[in-house]
Design a protein. Structure first.
Length: 409
């Protein structure tokens, strides 16, 4: 850091701070030994505290490094470090010096009156959320666009984030990384309630900020400081819109949809009462691990991507008694066909989903089942991987957990 040439524009200061912090964190995580033992959020706080202490030592020695240390702190700052920064700014001002950036730090805010935009892949659980951000001194003049690549197949997960010169640039990059199901996706205006829900895993107090999943690329770690800061600012902005325009259709229960499926399945099974009861029991277990407990919207609930199908089946085999799992997995192809019809999935995407469901249904659970950890979660193309690491599949506890706990291992 001491040798770095520090810019004066806040966006460039953020980028350089993130690169320095992220690259060192990446080296610690990927190097030999147990790593730092720090969470992403804890790592950033520890760095900011160390830089503030170094500033004090530099002042005491009449050094010349404090402007770089100050800029580094501003690039990493979050709400918790503001008081320390303001105190340090008083010390700097007492010496007749002017810090850059100034205090309060002019963090970028969502551009006044501009649309937040969202794109989603064909299955409906992989999203690009993007918004223009402005310098507080020019709130109506977009400075840049900031985007989040969000995967809501198993749990809400930020798989990438970054600043872009335009929405079109962000969309093109996201399509390339998300894979063929996103090839024709287009940006549309994002309803406030959907945007708030999608951004939940990007906030500073999210489980992802407080844990290391494994396999985080350096590019992702470099964005940690500002991806959460931007998410917090955008969530607050969307919340103000939501307070003026309350949703007329809040997310509710999917009980009626489940009953519709059971009717459909019973009809295809010859309307046998036993078949319906068995399907209801199997579906209860299947839905316990069918994506997030609280999906961002109805379409995301029906999303039947190969990724979600593989993740669901893997968690079931690893977490529940084999006898229960082997009753639930045969229902997976029928459930997939039904979900594909609910979202009017095109023939190619539906075919891939059904093929994945049939393949998973054919792999019976066993007492010694293990999951092959052969791919990291970040920027995973939909039509490539066979399994996701178990670390990405925390056992969720929510309203859709099966009532019969004896099926758990």
């Amino acid at each position: 850091m001491h040798a770095a040439e520090w810019p004066t524009r806040l966006l460039d200061i953020e980028a350089l701070s993130g690169r320095l912090a992220g690259d060192e964190f990446y080296e610690r995580l990927s190097g030999p030994g147990p790593g730092t033992g720090l969470t992403p959020a804890g790592w950033l706080r520890a760095l900011a505290e160390a830089a503030i202490k170094a500033m004090g030592a530099d002042f005491a020695a009449d050094g010349k490094e404090w402007p770089k240390l100050w800029a580094f702190c501003c690039g990493l700052a979050d709400e918790e470090s503001l008081d320390d920064l303001e105190a340090e700014a008083d010390v700097i001002a007492g010496r007749g010096l002017t810090p850059v950036p100034g205090i309060p730090v002019p963090w970028y805010q969502p551009t006044a009156g501009a649309d937040v935009r969202v794109a989603r892949d064909a299955y409906g659980a992989r999203f690009l959320l993007i918004a223009p951000f402005s310098d507080p001194g020019r709130p109506a003049d977009p400075d840049h666009w900031y985007g989040w690549d969000l995967d809501w197949c198993a749990d809400g997960l930020v798989v990438a984030a970054g600043a872009y010169g335009s929405a079109a640039e962000a969309l093109a990059e996201w399509r390339a990384f998300a894979g063929p199901p996103a090839a024709t996706a287009e940006l549309a205006s994002c309803p406030p309630e959907l945007g708030i829900g999608l951004l939940d895993p990007a906030l500073a107090d999210s489980p992802q900020a407080e844990s290391v999943l494994g396999g985080e690329p350096a590019e992702f770690l470099r964005e940690l400081p500002r991806l959460s800061r931007r998410a917090s600012a955008l969530t607050a902005s969307l919340g103000r819109l939501l307070s003026r325009e309350p949703s007329s259709s809040p997310a509710g229960s999917f009980d009626s949809a489940i009953e519709d499926f059971l009717d459909w399945h019973a009809e295809h099974a010859g309307n046998s009462p036993d078949a319906r009861d068995e399907a209801a029991e199997a579906l209860e277990l299947l839905l316990a691990e069918w994506g997030p407990d609280v999906p961002p919207d109805e379409r995301a609930f029906y999303a039947c991507s190969p990724h979600r199908i593989q993740a669901c089946a893997s968690i079931l085999r690893d977490s529940y008694e084999p006898a229960w799992v082997n009753k639930a997995l045969p229902l997976l192809p029928g459930w997939t066909r039904w979900c594909a019809s609910k979202t009017a999935l095109d023939a190619e995407a539906a075919g891939r989903a059904l093929a994945a469901a049939r393949a998973e249904a054919a792999i019976l659970a066993s007492e010694m089942h293990t999951i092959t950890e052969d791919e990291a979660p970040f920027r995973r193309p939909e039509w490539r991987a066979r399994h996701r690491p178990l670390a990405e599949h925390p056992v969720r506890r929510g309203h859709n957990r099966p009532a019969n706990r004896s099926c758990r291992r």
